[in-house]
Structure formats: C-alpha cells, structure tokens
Design a protein around this ligand. Structure first.
Ligand code: AMP
Length: 395
C-alpha cells in the first residue's frame, strides 16, 4: 500500500502537491475547469491541516517561446482562487530567488502555485526528461511531496518521479481512488468480470487485451478494432478499419481465449463517413467490399447487454462505434444504458469513453470514471506506473 497524504502530519509543513491542471483553454478562457475542481479535495485537506501549500502542474506542451505565453498557469491560479475562496499566490517562475523567497514567507493555510513545470522543457526538456538536478531542486523547496496528478503518472517527469526520489512522499486522493478502482479491482474482481473494449485500433490496446484476457470472464469487443478480429476469423469486413499488422495477434488471441471473447454479429455501416450519407444495419457475414462498419448493430447491442446484465464488475475502455456522429452512437449509448441498470462495479477509462459517458448523461451511474487516458490504459495493462511506483510504501 502506498503512503497517502493522510499518513503525514502536515502542520506548518511545506507540502508540494503535483496536480493536473492541464485544462483546455480557448481565447484566454478555461473552457472546462473540471480538472481544477477535482484537485480541490487534496488541496483543501492540506489547507485544513495547516500546511503551507505549494502547487505544481504542467499545462500543454512548451516547445517554443510563444508556447510560454499561451500556457501560463496564471489563469488557473485565478480560477483556483475563486474555487477555494482564498488568494492563490502565483509565481511566474519555475525556479530562482523570487520563487524561493515566496515559498519561505508562506504562512500556514496559504496556497502558492508555481508556473507551468514544462517551461523547463525549453531548457533541454528538463521536466519531461526528468533531469536529476531539477527534481532535486524542486524537492528542496518543500518538506513533503504529494502526487495527485494521475494523468502524468505513466511518465517519469522531474515534477513527479524527480521530486519523489528526493523527498518523503505520498499520493493524493485522486491518485488513491484511481489505484483503488482500477488496480485493486483487477487484483480481485467480483465475478463475473466483463471487459468492454472498443476504439479505433487494436495496436493501442494489445497489452490491455493480453493482460485482461487472462483476468476477465468475458471480453466484449466493439468499435473499429472489432473488424481486425473479425477479419482474422475470415469474415469480409469491406472498407472497415483494419489493423493489418495485428491480424495475427487477433487470430492467436481468439484461438487461445475464444470462449471468453464476444465479437459483433452485426454492424451499422455506410458507404462513406459523412454527415449526410445513409446508413444501414448488416449482419457480419453480409458485409460487402465498399461497406464501412461504424457501430455495433442492434443484435450485438442485445448480446452485449445480456452479458453486462449478469456481470458484477465491468471495465470499459473505448467507444463501440463512431459515437461522435449521432447515427453511429446507438451502440455506445446502449452500453451506457446497460451499465446504468447494472448494480455492480462499473469503471470507465479513456478520454473518449469518459466523454461519451459524460456527454450522454450517464456519469452518475458509473462507479468510477478514470481521469487519465494513457495512465489508465497502462494500469489496465497491469503496469506499475513510474509516478506511482516511486511513492513510498506504508510500513
Ligand atoms: P480510441 O482512442 O482508440 O479509444 O478510439 C476512439 C475513437 O474510435 C473514437 O473517436 C471513435 O469515433 C472511433 N471509433 C469507434 N468505432 C469505430 C469504427 N467502427 N470505425 C472507425 N472508428 C471508430
């Protein structure tokens, strides 16, 4: 078990919290402040426990001097002040006397936000390449380090692994919840345990499939990736997505674990991917050369629903159709509906799947919606994420 923020006496300590404030910004406005809101629990805990709170985060990519202008965290400091209902001291530097003086004059319960950690990337990618000196320097600014930025846990950066290597540390509430909901569930799922996989390419999910096929009782495969599996079984898939390099992989997985894997029996297809093109349902064995499969069909939805209904744990990663277009969203909505009715544990991961669930109005029916795309995929792969692996274990 990893140490958490609760394992430390924070009173008058300089507590560095690595947050994920990587929010979307358009025309100098934050268009979605959800990530800031989600960080509040850990930040408020530190304030309530009389810490001197030092916050760090990255924002976007910083590759040129112009990137610095549009990726300053000042806008986040302003929003955070409103949400916390207290001043957030913003320091527009990532190192140096100004920052050190501001930190040294912090009083208990005060909150300070350091400028975008990726400003250090302009200087030889020091943040993203986990420059040892930078991690050590940032660690020297505090007494305790808390990693609460799940979205970057699959990367070893100076602002997570670098600091944690040089300072006593723990995880925040967000990271703790992700570990509990994903890793702990995979270790001991309440069965039947069903995994729903979709999305575009097999390539991106090979390791997830390899790991989960051993643990799950059922694997439902939809989305673009289903067609490579179908092709490997000898079906004509027309002009649907094909990940030809992984045809052999799909064939082998089906040979070994065919009894657990459920593939679509029908699909919603079209001759072209446009808003105006007509669409129709076809059984999988009737697909013609110029058909493009863009969603699972109604028979498949029913089959998937029945499996979901009898499952006690479901993990879902990847939409089962091109859900961004209403006409190909029925399958993904059908899965949402089945999960709504299911009383077990329901975990959703991946950026697209999470946004489908939220946009279609099913957020409150899920046990957990994972916040990190790449990071949650790597947890599903069974990997130890560097940003979590480096955290001290509870004695
Ligand atoms: P991923 O990032 O791999 O989870 O893929 C998500 C994307 O897969 C979404 O943008 C969907 O539109 C797309 N997708 C889902 N089903 C299909 C399909 N049958 N054909 C093409 N793209 C699809």
């Amino acid at each position: 078990m990893k140490k958490t923020i609760r394992d430390y006496d924070l009173e008058d300590k300089k507590v560095i919290i690595r947050c994920d404030f990587n929010v979307p910004i358009k025309d100098n406005k934050i268009t979605d402040d959800n990530r800031i809101k989600m960080s509040l629990e850990t930040i408020k805990y530190a304030i309530d426990n009389n810490a001197k709170v030092i916050l760090m985060s990255h924002l976007g990519r910083v590759e040129t001097k112009q990137d610095k202008e549009k990726n300053s965290l000042k806008i986040v400091a302003d929003r955070l002040s409103e949400l916390l209902n207290q001043d957030v001291i913003f320091i527009d530097e990532t190192r140096g006397k100004k920052l050190e003086n501001a930190i040294n004059s912090l009083k208990r319960k005060e909150v300070l936000l350091i400028e975008n950690t990726r400003f250090e990337d302009l200087n030889g990618q020091k943040e993203s390449k986990n420059d040892p000196e930078l991690g050590k320097y940032w660690a020297s600014l505090g007494d305790i380090f808390i990693n609460d930025a799940f979205g970057t846990c699959h990367r070893a950066h100076a602002s997570n692994v670098g600091i944690a290597s040089n300072l006593q540390n723990g995880i925040g509430f967000l990271v703790e919840k992700e570990i509990e909901e994903i890793s702990d569930t995979l270790e001991n799922p309440d069965r039947p345990f069903t995994v729903i996989l979709g999305g575009s390419k097999v390539k991106d999910k090979i390791k997830v499939i390899e790991n989960l096929v051993k643990i799950a009782d059922y694997i439902l495969i939809g989305g673009g990736m289903a067609f490579t599996f179908l092709k490997s079984e000898g079906y004509e898939i027309g002009s649907s997505l094909l990940d030809i390099e992984n045809l052999e992989f799909c064939k082998n997985i089906l040979e070994q674990y065919g009894n657990k894997i459920i593939l679509p029996v029908d699909t919603v297809c079209s001759k072209e991917i446009t808003e105006i093109s007509s669409f129709y349902e076809k059984d999988i064995n009737n697909i013609e050369n110029d058909d493009i499969g863009l969603d699972i069909g109604s028979k498949t939805i029913e089959i998937f629903k029945k499996v979901i209904e009898k499952s006690n744990t479901v993990i879902w990663n990847g939409p089962v159709g091109m859900f961004e277009m209403t006409k190909y969203s029925k399958g993904t909505k059908g899965i949402c509906e089945a999960l709504k009715l299911n009383k077990g544990k329901k975990i959703v991961g991946g950026g697209d799947t999470a946004s489908a669930v939220i946009n279609f109005g099913y957020k409150d029916y899920m046990t957990h919606i994972s916040t990190g795309g790449g990071a949650s995929l790597e947890l599903l792969e069974g990997k130890i994420l560097p940003g979590i692996g480096i955290i001290d274990e509870k004695k």
